[in-house]
Design a protein around this ligand. Sequence first.
Ligand SMILES: [Fe+2]
Length: 161
Amino acid sequence: MKTVQTNVNVDLNVDTAAELYQALNKQVANFSVLYTKLHNFHWYVKGSNFFTLHAKFEEFYNAATERMDEVAERLLAIGGSPVATIREQLELSSVSEATGTETAEEMVEALVHDFRAQASELQEVIELAGSLEDKATEDMLIGMQAAIQKDAWMLEAYLGR
Ligand SMILES: [Fe+2]
């Protein structure tokens, strides 16, 4: 069996490693698109909740870029190559960009949708990493998933749900 020697205590089979790299790269891409989308919302949000949402979207884009960096560097540590151009990230991402016409409430709705979708995608990657005995990746993603689920819950509470 051909394996990929990594810097960590995990030898990945080349085929399954490719699958894990692709799944992690999709999350790098998602965080990148979210980072820009959150800036869009931060800049263009209007209305009586401006101050609350403007500040909250900033917190979220800072979290998105930190998470992107963490996943990208984990990829490097296990022998992968993170997508590092906007073009590739847009192609790979399952998050759609802002339309530029969202109301404040629609911005929050869009983020609830994106965060929930990302949390469920992460579940698949967590299971994949687990099946490959890559505990460190699994652990990193579990923490990230919990944080994203918390963000989604807070936004739903904001919407009165
Ligand atoms: Fe700002």
